[in-house]
Design a protein around this ligand. Structure first.
Ligand code: ATP
Length: 264
């Protein structure tokens, strides 16, 4: 799928094979299906989904309840394996890996942010943020830690415990933790679901700036058209299938598309 691409060589002006060129897509799904079988009941949660997440892009996934959003995120992020189809992280085919290999990919190349912040109460902010490095036995890059902490606005909170922080600050710790391994993609499942609208806006502003300033790739599942409007693109799911997409979304265009899907 990721063949060497031909491009213009900047130095010579000639055409060169850019073999060292990283794939343009951080994550690619090709004809992904996921079927759940419970007793005699069979649910087709994903039904032939193909999608690429460009490096440095912010994508929101929306759709009615039960349309397959969480299943999509789990398959794209290597948390679950599809029933068929392929998923790539850069040029690594996740769908070929066993559970142990997938765990390594998740720990080292993917960041996660969930609605529940999942912080360890007994650890300081600094230790919560650096926990993924400890799991992988990787030393802390102090300069990167300082940059990440600055980006999320927690420089003066590093010695605090999670209970001493507001909900928005706790989510920002979770975002910093997701960034600390310099992941190729960050997957966020309803990251503002537990926050009031003002604090939620600050978290979305932060995610937007991570894409714009760090070139981070982010995929976010949300029910909220206002949250989705911070993304570059919204893709819609209905009955496990892609059901359209919007570039440069606004809350109004997203809400209109959801109405069309019968969500509201
Ligand atoms: N582990 C599972 N076992 C059986 N069925 C499942 C499982 N997980 C999801 N499903 C089914 O797959 C379909 C898609 O579920 P999914 O959670 O991906 O939808 P969703 O769009 O995220 O929903 P919501 O917006 O309500 O969170 C649903 O019909 C759901 O009941």
């Amino acid at each position: 799928m990721f063949k060497a691409r031909r491009g213009r060589d900047k130095q010579t002006g000639g055409t060169a094979v850019l073999v060292a060129d990283a794939p343009a897509y951080a994550v690619t799904l090709d004809s992904v299906t996921k079927t759940y079988q419970t007793g005699t009941t069979r649910v087709q949660a994903l039904d032939g989904v193909s999608l690429g997440l460009r490096r440095g892009s912010f994508t929101a996934v929306m759709g009615p309840s039960g349309s397959g959003k969480s299943t999509f995120l789990h398959c794209a992020a290597g948390l679950d394996q599809p029933t068929s189809g392929t998923v790539w992280l850069g040029d690594t085919e996740l769908t070929r890996l066993d559970e142990k290999q997938l765990t390594v990919q998740r720990r080292t190349r993917i960041g996660f942010v969930f609605q529940a912040y999942n912080l360890i109460p007994s650890l300081s902010v600094r230790d919560n943020i650096t926990l993924p490095l400890r799991f992988s036995d990787v030393p802390v890059d102090e300069a990167w830690l300082a940059q990440v902490v600055r980006e999320v606005g927690l420089t003066d909170r590093l010695t605090h415990r999670p209970s001493e922080l507001s909900g928005g600050q706790q989510q920002r710790v979770a975002i910093a933790r997701a960034l600390i391994t310099r992941p190729e993609a960050v997957f966020a499942d309803e990251p503002t679901g537990a926050l009031d609208s003002r604090t939620g806006k600050q978290v979305l502003q932060l995610m937007r700036s991570l894409v714009d300033s760090l070139g981070q790739t982010i995929l976010m599942v949300t029910h909220d058209p206002i949250a989705a409007s911070w993304a570059d693109r919204v893709v819609f799911l209905a009955d496990g299938k892609l059901a359209g997409e919007l570039a440069d979304p606004t809350a109004e265009t997203v809400a209109a598309h959801l109405t069309h899907l019968g969500e509201w």
